[in-house]
Design a protein around this ligand. Structure first.
Ligand SMILES: Nc1ncnc2c1ncn2[C@@H]1O[C@H](COP(=O)(O)OP(=O)(O)OP(=O)(O)O)[C@@H](O)[C@H]1O
Ligand SMILES: Cc1cn([C@H]2C[C@H](O)[C@@H](COP(=O)(O)O)O2)c(=O)[nH]c1=O
Length: 960
């Protein structure tokens, strides 16, 4: 995802997983080691740039060594020699401080290829000029010119580096950027300094053997040639670097100063950029203190210069380890998190150095400091390339380059001064080493900077850090928590066989609907056409030849397949439009049945389910806990048991305990209820809990658990009154999101957007018919937990045009007559009643004693149920299953024409599984499916449930 900056320019790719996703979307495999290197070098333009980088960094190192040595060779006096050598280094640092920020503007404003070529050509001339001037001019003039040339050369480097650094991400896919940077760093800091040293040594030897000339002059000429070579190579060989100019020609009309200011603003404004800079500041401040105090520190350990050099060398060993082994070590850990963590690692180790009592420990810690710094360095550059937009990259890079040098210089000089002042101080009998205090302070400041960077950049807020690190190292990072796919609420009922899930699902859905919510009732497996077939395969005993059975892994995959399709076509679309989705079973069933029951690794089942669902987690899981004896006895009279019901008692016992374990792991998201209680008591507890998720709706108070009755006093917090009822969690409230859905001013209690078709009440059981209290809504109260096919349903009328709201308590005779086709029969939301509502968006709004229902007379006329809608008739299957299309505002009654789906539930039959599981494949009704997205953007990150069931939500990312 990218967000725009300033005048509509794309400023930052804020999604951290672009690189990961790139791998998945470009079909690139995860390679390792040499294969990965080869894969990066397969990109021709990058390969050439890498060769250029090699040449130019040999040139740089030769230049540093040769100019310094050349300058000192101009003098006889050792002091002057030393001053000349360090003078060239100081001169090299000045351009960074003075011109660095401008250099970034150059990289972003002008064609980067041209910038690189001009810089290299200039460096060729400048390097060659030093020995030439030295041949003719006086020593002082030569030294002066060497200083000026060095300054100009470094200025070129300041411009060249951001242009090159900003180009790399355009030459390799983001998924390979880390490797490309590793390669670049290994070349610049590992191979080429050694090569440059060898070249210089060889030249010395050769020229010494020949007995004439100066090896440094030859080195400087050679160095000049490397820049000529790279200029030619970039100009003729890597035209791709120019690519971006065509993309942003509008930049040319922006003033340079404006662009410069924009760069700074950008860093200040975006937390990611801020975090990056902050972390780098912290790391380099600590590094400055380490180098500045190094000699004193080595002494404090009882060593001399040799110890100092050892520590210095080990720092580089650590750097090498961090750069080369870091990515493998952290595996799939979020790169943003890794950045902050590596700063903390490096600077934390600096702090610990302060406490190191022995050289050996100091050596180990120094390697850790280096490793952390190496990781941060590699990762920082990679993040910069991957996440900072091309248009800004040069400026951000040069800002970092400049700040790093500034911070380094400042802390280095400051600490060397402080360490000198404080080293001899004693307070009383205690000798306090200022070196160690400085190190400790640097460590603390660095850790804070790392922590701040971590916080600023964290792309997995809410995901616990340590389990994420651990899972990532094992290759299965915890997923990023993502916002709910929509404003809806996702409630799942779980439990063993016969726990009463279907019963409660229906009760809850009815209650939600009478409270004006769109309730999508669904289940697993088998809520879709695809799912129905899968359900047949896994459960129907007759689906396979006698004796053959679905293997446990295949079974797990089939359930996962059902779930994937279900989530994609039913659950997500419903949540996206704000419905309350009430599902009979979900992921936990797989964890319990296939995990604990079939004893497949729960972790793998969780992983699989997570992949299938894209990490969609329910807002609430209601676990109906039942003794398998009791539950199985309840369903025994359904007829022949399905494959899973026929499993042993031990199997069902394992399932039961697995459910309980899952609930215990995440109590805030579970409501565990004793399923042996009376169904209405259970329903009340469920409503109480769900009520807390619903908005304080003046039209339909959530506390009122019985439509048509005054709100009950708010019960004491559930966890106080009933140990089985867990404390509530803060979950998105429907009402707050209703406004999002109705920016035009609709309110929470507004007419649901889709009509759920709910089980019809049994004629036999229906005892009471109550008017809905509104012209469109008729509530038929029936005493039924189970219902008969809708054809037999209690008739309830839809009162068309009756403006006077009928009292919910009014006599049956006051209710307008209803034809069977007019209504959908809902199970009562209260203890023993079944509500019968018209199957129409408006009429689904409940009656309420005291207030007009939403969608009542206040509703726009076109939202009311017109007379012609009463003709909507549910299709009744032979088995009593009915599929009732919702009626939308314009009276369309063809489900296929509706934009919002109709929820379909089979008619309840007395003492029969409401889902009619006995002959799944033939008669199972399915929820209309929405188009399956052809690809998920978010599948690049797998989500590892902790303990098997802790699924993290992921955000479905829209295709650009
Ligand atoms: N709390 C309860 N107490 C006693 N009987 C109940 C209770 N809840 C439901 N029942 C009855 O138990 C039987 C099974 O109920 P239901 O179909 O709702 O369970 P289920 O959990 O969905 O079962 P399964 O998962 O096996 O489909 C039904 O006959 C139902 O009427
Ligand atoms: C989702 C899911 C279900 N099962 C089992 C559990 C039950 O035995 C059946 C479903 O039957 P129900 O009457 O609809 O409850 O399937 C499973 O083993 N794994 C799952 O993921």
């Amino acid at each position: 995802m990218e967000c725009t900056h300033g005048r509509g320019e794309t400023a930052i790719a804020t999604h951290p997983a672009d690189d990961e996703r790139a791998a998945s979307t470009t079909g690139q495999a995860d390679l390792s080691g040499i294969a990965e290197l080869k894969a990066v070098l397969r990109f021709r333009a990058f390969r050439r740039l890498w060769i250029v980088l090699g040449f130019s960094s040999i040139g740089d190192w030769l230049g540093i060594l040769a100019t310094g040595t050349f300058a000192s060779s101009l003098f006889k006096n050792p002091v002057a020699q030393g001053a000349a050598f360090s003078g060239t280094i100081v001169v090299r640092l000045i351009p960074a401080l003075v011109l660095g920020p401008i250099a970034g503007v150059f990289a972003d404003r002008f064609d980067r290829r041209r910038t690189m070529v001009v810089c290299d050509a200039a460096r060729f001339v400048l390097y060659a000029s030093i020995p030439i001037v030295g041949t003719f001019a006086t020593t002082v003039m030569t030294a002066t010119w060497a200083a000026i040339a060095t300054f100009l050369i470094e200025t070129c480097q300041m411009m060249w580096a951001p242009a090159k650094e900003a180009s790399v991400p355009n030459l390799v896919p983001k998924a390979r950027l880390e490797k490309a940077n590793q390669l670049g760093m290994a070349t610049t800091y590992g191979v080429t300094p050694i090569l440059a040293g060898l070249v210089l040594a060889l030249l010395n030897w050769l020229i010494g053997a020949m007995g004439f000339g100066s090896s440094y002059k030859v080195a400087l000429f050679l160095n000049a040639l490397t820049y000529a070579a790279t200029a030619l190579m970039v100009w003729f060989g890597i035209r791709e670097i120019s690519g971006r100019r065509d993309k942003a020609p509008e930049k040319a009309d922006q003033g340079m100063f404006r662009q410069f200011v924009d760069g700074w603003r950008y860093i200040a404004r975006f937390p990611f950029a801020r975090g990056l800079v902050l972390g780098i500041f912290g790391a380099f401040a600590a590094a400055g203190v380490v180098v500045g105090t190094g000699r004193f520190y080595a002494k404090s350990l009882g060593g001399g210069d040799a110890s100092f050099f050892l520590l210095f060398a080990l720092l580089f060993v650590g750097l090498g380890i961090g750069i080369t082994a870091g990515p493998k070590l952290v595996g799939a850990l979020s790169r943003r998190r890794w950045f902050g963590l590596s700063i903390i690692l490096a600077t934390g180790a600096v702090g610990l150095l302060a406490l190191a009592p022995h050289l050996m420990i100091a050596c180990l810690l120094t390697v850790v400091v280096g490793a952390g710094a190496g990781m941060a360095f590699l990762n920082g550059i990679t993040l910069l390339g991957a996440e900072i937009d091309d248009a800004m990259r040069g400026r951000v890079y040069s800002f970092i380059q400049v700040s790093v040098q500034g911070v380094l210089l400042l802390t280095l000089s400051l600490s060397s001064v402080l360490v000198g002042i404080g080293s001899s101080r004693h307070i009383g009998p205690i000798s306090i080493s200022s070196t160690r205090i400085l190190l400790l302070a640097a460590g603390v400041v660095g850790v804070f900077a790392g922590y701040a960077a971590l916080k600023q950049m964290d792309d997995k807020r809410g995901v616990p850090l340590l389990p994420d690190i651990w899972s990532s190292i094992r290759g299965r990072p915890l997923g990023r928590p993502v916002p709910h796919p929509g404003p809806g609420v996702f409630v799942v009922f779980e439990g063993g066989e016969g726990a009463g899930k279907s019963t409660q699902v229906i009760k809850l859905a009815a209650w939600l609907r009478v409270h004006g919510r769109e309730a999508v009732v669904t289940r697993e497996p088998g809520a879709t056409e695809v799912g129905a077939r899968i359900r047949g395969l896994v459960l129907d005993k007759d689906a396979l030849p006698t004796g053959s059975r679905v293997s446990p892994r295949a079974e797990a995959l089939l359930y996962a397949a059902d779930r994937a399709h279900h989530v994609a076509t039913v659950v997500r679309p419903a949540l996206e439009r704000g419905a309350a989705v009430v599902s009979d079973r979900y992921v936990d069933s797989s964890l319990a049945y296939q995990g604990a029951g079939r004893t497949l690794p729960a972790e793998e089942i969780g992983w699989l389910s997570n992949w299938a669902t894209g990490g969609l987690r329910p807002d609430l899981v209601v676990l109906l806990d039942v003794d398998p004896h009791v539950g199985l006895a309840r369903v025994a009279d359904r007829g022949s048991a399905d494959r899973l019901e026929s499993e042993s008692l031990e199997f069902h016992d394992r399932v039961r305990h697995a459910f309980l374990d899952l609930a215990a792991e995440d109590p805030s998201r579970y409501l565990v209820l004793d399923a042996s209680e009376d169904p209405d008591t259970i329903a009340g507890k469920v409503r109480e809990r769900i009520g807390r998720l619903l908005p304080a709706d003046p039209e339909h108070p959530a506390e009122s658990t019985t439509p048509g009755t005054p709100p009950e006093p708010t019960p004491a917090p559930a966890d106080e009154t009933d140990p089985a009822v867990r404390p509530g969690i803060s979950i998105r409230r429907l009402g707050s999101t209703a406004h999002e859905r109705h920016p035009d001013g609709g309110h929470d209690g507004e007419t649901p957007q889709a009509t759920a078709v709910l089980p019809a009440a049994s004629t036999d059981d229906a005892t009471e018919v109550r008017p809905a209290g509104a012209d469109e809504a008729t509530l038929v109260k029936a005493d039924a937990d189970v219902a008969a096919p809708v054809a037999d349903a209690t008739a309830a009328s839809t009162a068309n045009g009756a403006d006077s709201a009928a009292s919910p308590d009014a006599d049956e005779s006051t209710a307008p007559a209803a034809g069977p086709g007019d209504t959908t029969v809902l199970p009562a939301a209260d203890t023993d009643a079944t509500s019968v509502l018209p199957a129409d968006t408006t009429s689904a709004v409940p009656a309420d004693d005291s207030k007009p229902p939403a969608g009542d007379g206040n509703a726009p006329a076109d939202r009311r149920a017109p007379a012609d809608r009463t003709s909507v008739l549910p299709a009744v299957g032979a088995d009593g299953t009915k599929v009732l299309p919702a009626v939308d505002a314009d009276g369309g009654d063809k489900p296929s024409e509706r934009s919002d789906p109709t929820t379909v539930m089979p008619a309840l039959r007395p003492a029969v599984d409401p889902w009619n599981t006995t002959a799944e494949t033939k008669m199972f009704p399915t929820v209309p499916e929405h188009a399956v997205p052809d690809r998920y953007d978010d599948d690049e990150t797998m989500i590892m449930p902790s303990g098997g069931g802790d699924l993290r939500r992921r955000k479905p990312r829209r295709r650009r």
